[in-house]
Design a protein around this ligand. Sequence first.
Ligand code: SF4
Ligand code: SF4
Length: 506
Amino acid sequence: MNLPIFHDVSLEALDARQPAFFRFRQLPMAPDKVVLSNLEGRWLVLDKADFQTFARGEVEEGSELFTKLRQRNFLRAYYDVPAAAEMIRARREFVGAGPNLHIMVITLRCNTTCVYCHASRANMDQVQTDMTKEIAEQSVDFILQSTNPAVTIEFQGGEPLVRFDLLQHVVEYAHEKNEVAQKELDFTLVTNLSLMDEKKLDWLIENRVQICTSIDGPQDVHDKQRKLPKASAHGEAIKWMKRIDERYREMGLDETLYHVEALVTTTRPILDRWKELVDLYVDLGCRALFLRPLDPFGWAEKTARLIEYPRAEYIEYYRNAVDYMIELNKQGVEILERYAAIFLTKILSGVDPNFLDIRQPSGAGIGQLAYSYDGTIFTCDEGRMLHESGDDTFAIGHVGTSKYRDVVGHETVRAVVVAGQLEGQADCVNCPYVPYCGIPPVHSHRIQGSLLGRMRESSLCQVHKGIQDYLFEKLATGDEETLQILEKWTTIRPRDHFVHVPAGAE
Ligand code: SF4
Ligand code: SF4
């Protein structure tokens, strides 16, 4: 608990009879403001003096502050238990649904060499890292046993286009088997786009496979981090993004919703080039930018001295970039930041957008599963990445031999679910952001050797805390237009075109 705010109040003066349970934090960049949240995630940002009055239990009945506190369920005498329980239930609606996201690594081979490759890619001649047709079919059979009525099969790599024939087979086989399973299916291809051609694109468009790629910044930054022999990785990715978007337009799809999604992996050279990065995404017609920091998986550790950075510098980059995005929105440009949209949805609307890496419990094992080329099943893609570095902690079965029930009930899944519940963890237990936060235990395991992280030293906690500090600061001090823009970022628009509804349900 950050007690310095009480430096002028003795602890004996605090009266617990008026306030209901709350957590609080003084905003580092706006120290006269204090964020408080309660168990169910209702929140207020109070001026320091009002906060101290509240903590002392001296808020005058009938005052404006009293009314505000009562409306948000912060007063013990008026605490609305059913309303709190309902809100907690709404925030955890995803628990028990079963894995929706199924990541298939149909090959580890890749024609690109990224300095941070989280996947630990294999060279193009390492054909032993291709999934066999039999394992691919067993993976699909396993996936369709999920209790979740909606299933996404995401092709990851390596570079999935290296085995486009197998990708096609998986899609066709999944449709065939889905005649019995009757799931809502969708398919996502995560690709560097350099092996795309018109024939493959025709097939992907006809089969409604979503396409997602990476753009790490302007050409010089991107090509330095993502090396493609004899060509510019940036040039190839941009060429195909434009071409695919053109095809969507020709099909009459709403261009504000249907376009190639691109992700940035933030490396050191882009930190002070946030404006160029945002402008590039806007020029490409993207409506969203996900300012992801580097993850501690794969090769990122080996190349850290070239690409890593202190997370305080990342937060400065994040604040600059999002400030700029808000300004662009004020000028009529539609661009949102994904982290902000995820947190704001939880903060403002009280529901969880079910982003698997920022939820409690995290998605590992109960919201997602990953299937390696050899058929090994992992709790999550990061668990599969760790396996490539020699750590099998998150391996929980094999598609050829394991029963679905044994995999989702595996002791590792149980441990990860418990560890992903932040309310019981040191540091989180006192943090007002706990109703909105989430730290995948695989991350804590990787950087701290424990599923239960030590958040005070966690680089990911630092990122999440810094982003939420920024957002609450905006919510407390932003002008009306800024607040409207942030509210708009919480609007979720599903891409129904890519959903394959089971036959008979249409
Ligand atoms: S990050 Fe993806 S594109 Fe880059 S080397 Fe690794 S597998 Fe290939
Ligand atoms: S991970 Fe960090 S920011 Fe998130 S709830 Fe825990 S202490 Fe707060």
